[in-house]
Unconditional design. Structure first.
Length: 258
């Protein structure tokens, strides 16, 4: 059983590859939240995985909201692992989720990490061409290594990318995250054709289409940038910081609607 959250495909690719080896069920946290499905039962020989991105050296709000309500029957004694994808460092993302899960009676056995494309466009540029392929190839190698360790049920913290400084400044970064989550930062340009894809991919249903234009109906979102990256016309910007920058969707998986 693998729970995953993915806006642009990095975590989905990792989840699919690990699931194919372990013959595991894939459970989208986005779908689970929309359907208010928080109770699960694990089978006798089943492992439990959580695959998620790192936001501001911490855990995405939607993942924490899900974990805080999660109930898994028969989880005692099971191999439970966390896999974090990240661009720079993971900071306290793993320990934050671990603490929430353990309050729910789910004991984490291992933690892993995968360095891949960072889709936080306000601060980073998306690599292209050979540079992009190099990053994705390296990530794929890390996934395969993690697959072997999960198969062997290795215990411990195998995440070597927490970073001393990121761990220290994580509380401050979390405050910045809360501020950046304000949907008033999003801007729709005249390139918008009113297709409605942004509304369909938003994991927290923060977008509605009115008069063929997207409007944000919630004050805050989880800041996954799925709307921005997946817009076919690149018509959504986050202030001025994303103007002129490329968009990203992981080419090694297929992204669907909610």
């Amino acid at each position: 059983m693998i729970f995953y959250f993915s806006a642009t495909g990095n975590c989905k690719q990792a989840a699919e590859q690990i699931a194919s080896q372990e013959s595991d069920r894939l459970i989208s946290i986005t779908e689970a939240m929309l359907n208010e499905q928080f109770s699960y039962a694990v089978e006798d020989n089943e492992k439990i995985g959580f695959i998620l991105p790192t936001y501001f050296y911490s855990t995405p709000r939607i993942v924490l909201d899900f974990a805080e309500k999660l109930s898994i029957n028969n989880s005692i004694g099971k191999y439970v692992y966390i896999v974090l994808t990240f661009g720079t460092k993971t900071g306290k993302a793993g320990i934050t989720l671990k603490n929430v899960l353990e309050k729910r009676g789910i004991t984490v056995s291992a933690q892993y990490s995968i360095q891949t494309v960072d889709n936080y466009l306000p601060e980073f540029d998306i690599p292209t061409g050979e540079e992009l392929q190099k990053v994705l190839k390296k990530a794929d190698m890390q996934i395969k290594d993690i697959m072997n360790q999960i198969s062997d049920e290795k215990h411990g913290d195998m995440n070597s990318f927490e970073g001393t400084i990121p761990k220290i400044i994580a509380p401050l970064a979390l405050q910045i995250y809360q501020h950046q989550r304000k949907t008033s930062n999003f801007v729709v340009t005249n390139k918008c054709v009113g297709c409605g894809l942004c509304q369909k991919v938003c994991p927290v249903s923060a977008i509605e289409i009115k008069d063929k234009n997207p409007i944000w109906i919630k004050d805050k979102c989880t800041l996954c940038f799925g709307c921005l990256h997946r817009c076919p016309k690149a018509a959504i910007e986050y202030g001025k910081k994303t103007v002129g920058k490329g968009r990203y969707m992981n080419p090694n998986t297929k992204l669907y609607l909610k």
